[in-house]
Ligand binder design. Structure first.
Ligand code: NAD
Length: 244
C-alpha cells in the first residue's frame, strides 16, 4: 500500500488537532498522533482515526524539545515508512497584560507555538527533500495578524509562525515542498473554553458570522491544503469574517 499517505499532527489529543487528524484520516491518510503524553483523550483520537479505516500511530513528544522531535520523527519514519503531511498544531496560551507577563510566560509560549514548528519541520525536512514532496500546515491564529491585548506572547508566536511559513515556502518550493498557514479565529475548544464568559461573548460579538467556529471547520481547511499542489506561502483565515 505504498500509495497511502501518512500525516503527522502535533497536539492531536483534542480540539483542532484531533479534528484535523480525523479529517486527514477521512482523506485516506494514516495519521501519527503527537501529544506530550498518552491519555484517554489521545486514545479517543486514535480510536476515531481507526474508525475511519485508517491506521493510527501515537508518539509522546514535547514539541518544544528539539532532540525529542528528532527522535520521535526517526521512530515514526521507521514504523510508518513515510510521512507526507506535517501539521504543526500544538499550541498553548499564557495570557496576561504585558505589565504582569513574566519572562517564562513569554518563553514557554514561544517554545511550544513557534520553536515547536521549527523543531518538527527540521526533523522532517531531509525526509521531504528525499521524497521531493512534502506538505506542511502551520496552525497560526488571526491574533498573529491583528494582535490582541493580553496576548503579546501568543500574538508574537503566531505572527512568527506566518513569517516562518513564508520563508520555508520560498526556500523549498522548487523542491516540491509546500508550506501554508491557517489562521483560525474564535474556535470552540478547551483552549477558548477556559476564557471567562464575558470575554467569550465579547469575542463572539467581533465575529460577523456571530458564532464561534468549530474545530471541524478548521480541519476542513487543513484537509483542503493537504491536497494542494500549487498553493504555498498562503495564510488562510478560518474566522467567520473576524479579521478583514
Ligand atoms: P487545545 O488546548 O484544545 O489543544 C492543544 C493541543 O496541543 C493539546 O492536544 C495539547 O496537549 C497539545 N500540546 C500543548 N503543548 C504541547 C507540547 N509542548 N507538545 C506537544 N503537544 C502539546 O487548543 P486548540 O484550541 O485545539 O488549539 C489548537 C491550535 O490552534 C493551537 O496552536 C492554537 O493556538 C490554535 N488556535 C486556536 C484557536 C481557538 O480559538 N481555539 C484560535 C486560533 C488558533
Amino acid at each position: 500500500m505504498a500509495d497511502v499517505k501518512t500525516a503527522l499532527v502535533t497536539g492531536a489529543s483534542r480540539g483542532i488537532g484531533r479534528a484535523i487528524a480525523i479529517a486527514l484520516a477521512k482523506e485516506g491518510m494514516d495519521v501519527a498522533v503527537i501529544a506530550t503524553a498518552d491519555s484517554p483523550a489521545v486514545q479517543e483520537t486514535v480510536r476515531l482515526i481507526e474508525e475511519t479505516g485508517r491506521k493510527a500511530y501515537f508518539a509522546a513528544c514535547d514539541v518544544s524539545d528539539f532532540a525529542a522531535c528528532g527522535a520521535c520523527v526517526t521512530a515514526l519514519l521507521e514504523e510508518a515508512g513515510t510521512i507526507d503531511v506535517l501539521v504543526n498544531n500544538a499550541g498553548i496560551t499564557r495570557d496576561k497584560l504585558l505589565l504582569q507577563m513574566r519572562e517564562e510566560d513569554f518563553d514557554d509560549v514561544i517554545a511550544v507555538n513557534l520553536k515547536g514548528a521549527f523543531n518538527m519541520t527540521k526533523a522532517l525536512l531531509r525526509h521531504f527533500l528525499k521524497n521531493k514532496a512534502g506538505n506542511i500546515i502551520n496552525i497560526s491564529s488571526v491574533v498573529g495578524l491583528m494582535g490582541n491585548a493580553g496576548q503579546a506572547n501568543y500574538a508574537a508566536s503566531k505572527a512568527g509562525l506566518i513569517g516562518f511559513t513564508k520563508s520555508v515556502a520560498k526556500e523549498y518550493a522548487a523542491k516540491g515542498i509546500v508550506c501554508n498557514a491557517i489562521c483560525p479565529g474564535y474556535i470552540e475548544t478547551d483552549m477558548t473554553g477556559q476564557m471567562p464568559q464575558a470575554a467569550r461573548e465579547k469575542l463572539c460579538a467581533a465575529v460577523p458570522m456571530q458564532r464561534p467556529g468549530l474545530p471541524e471547520e478548521v480541519a476542513a481547511a487543513a484537509a483542503f491544503l493537504s491536497r494542494s499542489t500549487y498553493i504555498t506561502g498562503e495564510t488562510l483565515r478560518i474566522d467567520g469574517g473576524m479579521c478583514m
